[in-house]
Write a protein that binds this ligand. Structure first.
Ligand SMILES: [Zn+2]
Ligand SMILES: [Zn+2]
Length: 151
């Protein structure tokens, strides 16, 4: 018997989009399970954001395996997922600094929503540095030799 989307939403306890969506039906290895035996969090992610890039796993940024909130999921490589699960508990979930250590808050924080409604956060200092580097490259003298690798 084909299941409709509503069947899955019935088993979700949604209090707030920012909070965890706890799956209240069957679990397998701590992950919510749906009738197709696929993990339910993948279902919700695909439903809202579209395909998961090939070869990537969904990492729970909130580290709550029964959570199905797509905003708490991020596609990562399997290796990265295992690594994070062991060593970085919830650090990425509420990142307060960029990879270079600039504060992700106040004036330095740039946030926007993409056309799929997904919100992004970006460090302004790093964004400017990237922009400047690409402008500098364009202004630079023309080279006839082999093109340098762009880092
Ligand atoms: Zn969550
Ligand atoms: Zn930065």
């Amino acid at each position: 018997m084909p299941h409709k989307r509503a069947d899955h939403w019935e088993h979700i306890d949604v209090n707030d989009i920012a909070g965890c969506w706890n799956w209240t039906a069957a679990l397998r290895a701590g992950y919510g399970q749906m009738w197709t035996k696929r993990n339910i969090h993948r279902y919700f992610y695909v439903d809202i954001f579209g395909e998961i890039p090939a070869g990537l796993d969904l990492d729970h940024l909130c580290r709550n395996r029964r959570c199905c909130n797509p905003w708490h999921l991020e596609p990562v490589t399997r290796r990265e997922n295992i690594l994070r699960g062991k060593t970085i508990p919830a650090r990425n979930f509420a990142k307060t600094q960029c990879d270079k250590g600039h504060p992700l808050s106040g004036e330095n924080l740039y946030t926007w929503n993409d056309d799929r409604g997904r919100s992004h956060r970006r460090c302004k200092t790093c964004a400017k540095a990237t922009l400047k580097a690409s402008l500098d490259r364009r202004k630079g003298p023309r080279r006839s030799g082999p093109i340098e690798a762009v880092v």
